[in-house]
Design a protein around this ligand. Structure first.
Ligand SMILES: [Mn+2]
Length: 339
C-alpha cells in the first residue's frame, strides 16, 4: 500500500499488516499532526495509552491532540498530562491520521467527524475488527499500553518516568492488579521495566485503588443489598434512583461487578445499571471457564474473555431475565456447585 498519500478510501483488504509497527511508524513519521482517541467512558488502559502515545509523538517532534467523548474519571486525572485531554463530541482540524486505541469501531469513541481521516486502529480486544486503514490487533497482550510501549521503543522514544507511570497504570488496571487471565510472565517483565523507568507502583496503586469517593462506596452498598446468587452465577444491580440518591457518577460503577465474581464458587457475575432512559448497562465478569465476550457480543456488546459489557433494553427485571437465560446456558455443563 502506498502511504505517501494517506487516503481514507483505501481498500481494507490489506487490513492486517505483515509488520504493523513499521507501517504505523511510517505514517507517524510522514505526518505532522495527529489525533489520539479511545473509547467513550475511558478506563485506565484508554487514558494511560492515550497519554503515552501523546508523549511519544511529542518526542518525535509531532503535534498530538488528545480527545475523549467523556471526561477523564477522577481515578485517572492525576496521570501526567491528563489535563491536556480535551472533552468533545466532534473533532475538527487537519490531521494526518487518527490513532484509535481500544476501539472495535469508530462508534466506540462516540466522537463525530472521524470518518474522513486516515485511521490507525490499535486494539487488544477479542472483539477487535480491522475497520481502519491500518490495524494492529493483538489479543495476547494484557493492555493496549503494552502495545504502545512496543511502538514507543520501535520509534526510538525514551520511556520517561511520566510515560512509564501512564503505561504502568494501563497494565495494573487492565489486569485487575495482575489477577486477570492475560497476566503472564511478560506482563511482570513489562511492569518491572516500567518501574525501572520511573513508575512508582505504590503511588500508582494508591491513586487507583485507595482514592475512592464516598458516593462510590454508598453506591456499592446499594448494589450489594441487591446481590443475588444462583449456583455458579451471581448478579447485582443499581437503579437510576440509587445513582441519584448516592450522588454517584457513571464512573463510580466501575468495578462493582468484581464484588460478585469474587464469591467462592461463582464462575460468572453480572452488574446491571439502569440508565435514565430505561436502557440497562451490563458488566460481565468470568473467572476463565466462560467466555463472557462471546455472550456480550451476541447481545451487541464486546470485550475480553473474562471482562465484557453490553447494553440491553429495560426495564431492569426484563434485562435480568435476558442475561440470566444466556448465563444459565453458559454454566449448564459445569458440575453441581458444592458451595
Ligand atoms: Mn484494555
Amino acid at each position: 500500500m502506498d502511504r505517501t498519500h494517506p487516503n481514507p478510501a483505501q481498500d481494507l483488504s490489506a487490513a492486517y499488516q505483515a509488520d504493523p509497527i513499521a507501517e504505523i511508524l511510517q505514517v507517524l513519521r510522514q505526518g505532522e499532526r495527529f489525533l489520539v482517541c479511545s473509547h467513550s467512558r475511558p478506563d485506565g488502559d484508554a487514558v494511560g495509552s492515550m497519554l503515552a502515545v501523546g508523549m511519544m509523538l511529542e518526542q518525535m517532534g509531532k503535534r498530538a491532540d488528545l480527545v475523549s467523548a467523556d471526561r477523564i474519571p477522577a481515578t485517572y486525572r492525576w496521570l501526567p498530562g491528563a489535563g491536556a485531554i480535551r472533552s468533545a463530541l466532534r473533532v475538527h482540524g487537519p490531521y494526518d491520521a487518527v490513532i484509535l486505541l481500544e476501539c472495535d469501531g469508530l462508534e466506540r469513541t462516540r466522537l463525530r467527524g472521524l470518518e474522513k481521516f486516515f485511521l490507525i486502529n490499535i486494539d487488544h480486544h477479542v472483539s477487535g475488527r480491522p475497520f481502519a486503514q491500518l490495524n494492529w490487533i493483538d489479543c495476547q497482550v494484557a493492555s493496549v499500553g503494552e502495545m504502545v510501549h512496543r511502538l514507543a521503543l520501535a520509534a526510538g522514544a525514551t520511556v520517561t518516568p511520566e510515560m512509564a507511570a501512564c503505561l504502568y497504570t494501563t497494565v495494573l488496571t487492565d489486569t485487575g492488579g495482575f489477577c486477570y487471565g492475560a497476566t503472564r510472565a511478560s506482563t511482570f517483565a513489562l511492569a518491572r521495566d516500567l518501574v525501572l523507568a520511573g513508575a512508582d507502583p505504590v503511588r500508582i496503586a494508591q491513586n487507583v485503588y485507595y482514592s475512592t469517593s464516598t458516593a462510590r462506596i454508598l453506591l456499592l452498598g446499594a448494589a450489594l443489598s441487591n446481590l443475588k446468587r444462583e449456583g455458579r452465577l451471581a448478579w447485582l444491580w443499581v437503579t437510576h434512583q440509587d445513582m441519584v440518591l448516592t450522588c454517584a457518577a457513571e464512573e463510580d460503577c466501575e468495578g462493582i461487578v468484581n464484588y460478585a465474581v469474587c464469591i467462592s464458587g461463582v464462575e460468572v457475575a453480572v452488574f446491571l445499571r439502569e440508565l435514565p432512559e430505561q436502557r440497562i448497562r451490563l458488566s460481565l465478569r468470568g473467572k476463565g471457564k466462560v467466555n463472557v465476550a462471546a455472550i456480550a457480543e451476541r447481545l451487541g456488546g464486546g470485550g475480553h474473555e473474562s471482562a465484557a459489557g453490553c447494553t440491553l433494553e429495560g426495564p431492569l427485571p426484563r434485562a435480568i431475565d435476558e442475561i440470566l437465560a444466556e448465563l444459565r446456558q453458559s454454566v449448564a455443563g459445569f458440575a453441581a456447585d458444592p458451595h
